[in-house]
Design a protein around this ligand. Structure first.
Ligand SMILES: Cc1cc2nc3c(=O)[nH]c(=O)nc-3n(C[C@H](O)[C@H](O)[C@H](O)COP(=O)(O)OP(=O)(O)OC[C@H]3O[C@@H](n4cnc5c(N)ncnc54)[C@H](O)[C@@H]3O)c2cc1C
Length: 570
């Protein structure tokens, strides 16, 4: 674990206090009550203001605390563990609005936005139009250039915090021509536009994330200065493709905090509840559900952490990894949460009592995970790159540098300008597992681990053949289900590589559990099951003791279930 991780997380954790204390104004009882009222927890927002959480979103070079993407995700995970509405509503939505400015803004825009955030101001990310959804190339809100100004007309919907944000990063059509050079970003100071030209319209109620302030905004011939333009005129899609690599890599890693909470609640329940004369946790099936959720959390964290570190180590390859994370991690979190809900039974629905926050998180998780791109949109991003990845990298690329996986190793500050529009066929991560072909490595590995590596190498070989043979019409966002399935399999292979790399390159880690083989064998089995969907002995088979022992110890000692293994309260 990086040296300053516990400090950042521990300080935030201390401010949030004991989650289970009914008198804690930031505890679960208060979080559930705010959800019932459809509010973002006001005391939570004040606590995050006091902590200056916004400084996490601002690069260190501009006076903030953002240097390293994986550490940022772990810090924000502390907030998601307590309440995803605070995590997204207070936090990440401002980050999503800010990154296009860090990526493409000029020094004055970067300074202005950094100062705004460091003064606890908010920025909203104005992309979605309900008429066009994730198809940004058709966004129709228009900004027309007139001498020294832009005149904006049109609306955006489902925009977090737009009713109270000072700044709006606005994705606007600046050219009528179809294609990828017709949109631009504007950084709009909402406090200085004429009030009669701007309508911050209605709120959109949601089934989960009920406290999130999702709103709409309508511009009516609203003039803003020409220097609102972020980056070049017509470079909007280019900026999106770069900036979203950062946000899509870190956001799912933060959301693993929700599963961490759900697993803690389910474990507590299973240890306390007695059935057939023994704790539910002693029933083999219930124990397996807990262990598999633990494995899913570790898989999600490995993939998200490695993708976040890749932004620093392999910045030209991350367009693919970011999309794979934003596609696969939400699915793993959903499935694990569903399984835990079957274990919790009736209590998973109750809106009161010690487990009430479980039903809130269950409603929040799918809504939160849809924010900032659906899984299908992420798959579509990868589909277009599959044939080149297959022919240029798979089975032939060099393995990535160990730094990609070394959890304690600091990274240089993220350089947003290094990100590339596409990976151009480069993919080193998928070569991590291929070390099993090396005799020396194979000899030092447990036979089952070596066999699992061989299994994923064979899968990559099969994927390579299929992706190289994809006909042109199947290489587009409009491809059929078979191409989408290839992305699912490829993302699973990438996750296996990330898990294996984290295990292999942290053999000097302070955590004995992380150094050991049970977890890595179990997560690779689980991912292999995901690929084959055939009868299997089960991911945890024969490994129940070390895996449940670790889960139980972390639960009893108040430690998180993720790679950071950091203190949690309640
Ligand atoms: C909690 C929350 C917060 C949000 N905050 C913001 C915000 O602050 N700013 C903002 O701009 N937006 C925000 N949004 C909007 C969000 O970004 C969009 O809802 C999201 O991009 C997904 O779009 P969609 O699935 O609703 O729509 P669509 O893109 O219309 O998709 C419709 C359906 O088509 C599928 N689909 C999409 N593309 C493809 C494809 N190529 N091939 C096959 N199927 C496809 C989708 O999976 C979906 O099933 C927020 C949404 C939520 C839920």
């Amino acid at each position: 674990m990086p040296a300053d991780l516990p400090r950042a997380g521990a300080e935030l954790q201390a401010r949030l206090g004991d989650a289970t204390d009914p008198d804690n104004p930031l505890g679960y009882r208060a979080v559930v009550a705010a959800d019932e009222r459809g509010e973002t927890l006001p005391e939570g927002e004040r606590a995050l203001d006091d902590y200056a959480l916004n400084a996490e979103f601002v690069p260190r070079s501009l006076g903030g605390r953002f240097t390293q993407a994986d550490r940022f995700a772990v810090t924000l995970r502390t907030v998601f563990r307590r309440d995803p509405v605070l995590g997204l509503g207070y936090g990440v939505s401002s980050f999503i609005g800010a990154v296009p400015v860090w990526t493409s803004g000029n020094p004055d825009q970067r300074r202005w936005l950094a100062d705004l955030l460091l003064g606890n101001g908010r920025v909203a990310a104005g992309y979605t139009e309900l008429a066009h959804g994730g198809d940004f190339s058709r966004a129709s809100l228009r900004a027309t250039r007139q001498e020294n100004r832009f005149v904006i007309s049109g609306g955006k919907q489902l925009i977090s915090n737009v009713a109270r944000a000072r700044a709006l990063t606005l994705f606007a059509r600046t050219d009528d021509a179809p294609g990828s050079r017709s949109h631009s970003h504007l950084l709009v100071d909402l406090a200085s536009v004429p009030a009669d030209r701007l309508l911050r319209s209605r709120r959109f109620p949601t089934s989960g994330m009920r406290g999130l302030l999702l709103g709409g905004v309508e511009f009516h011939d609203c003039a803003v200065p020409a220097d609102s333009l972020v980056g070049e005129l017509g470079a909007g899609i280019e900026t999106v493709l770069k900036a979203f690599q950062v946000t899509r890599s870190v956001f799912p890693g933060m959301a693993t905090g929700v599963l961490d909470t759900q697993l803690r609640l389910a474990t507590r329940f299973a240890l306390a509840r007695t059935l057939y004369g023994r704790p539910v946790a002693d029933l083999p099936q219930a124990r397996t559900v807990l262990i598999e959720a633990f494995l899913d959390l570790l898989i999600s964290d490995c993939l998200a952490t490695v993708a976040a570190r890749a932004l620093h180590v392999l910045p030209t390859q991350t367009s693919v990894y970011a999309a794979a994370v934003k596609y696969l991690v939400p699915i793993l979190l959903h499935e694990a949460n569903y399984n835990l809900s079957t274990l919790l039974g009736a209590r998973s629905y109750l809106r009161e009592g010690p487990y009430a926050v479980f039903q809130k998180n269950t409603r929040d998780l799918p809504v939160a995970m849809l924010a900032h791109a659906s899984g299908a949109a992420c798959q579509a991003t990868v589909i277009a790159q599959l044939p080149r990845l297959a022919s240029r990298s798979w089975l032939t690329a060099e393995a990535p540098p160990p730094l990609l996986f070394r959890l304690d190793e600091p990274l240089p500050e993220l350089d947003f300008t290094q990100l590339s529009l596409s990976a151009k066929g480069a993919d080193s991560l998928s070569a991590t597992l291929l070390v099993s072909r090396d005799d020396a490595d194979e000899a030092s590995m447990e036979p089952e681990l070596a066999a699992l590596c061989g299994h994923f190498a064979a899968e990559l070989s099969d994927l390579k053949a299929q992706c190289e043979a994809l006909p042109p019409r199947e290489r587009l966002a409009t491809a059929g289900p078979a191409s989408f399935d290839l992305v699912d399999r490829y993302a699973t292979v990438l996750a296996a590589n990330a898990c294996f790399g984290v295990w292999r390159h942290n053999q000097d880690h302070r955590s004995q559990f992380l150094r050991g083989t049970p977890w890595v064998v179990a997560v690779l089995r689980r991912l292999a099951e995901r690929l084959d969907a055939g009868p299997a002995p089960g991911a945890a088979h024969g490994l129940e003791q070390p895996l449940f022992g670790e889960l139980r110890a972390r639960h009893d000692e108040g430690r998180s279930f993720d790679l950071s293994d950091s203190p949690v309260a309640g």
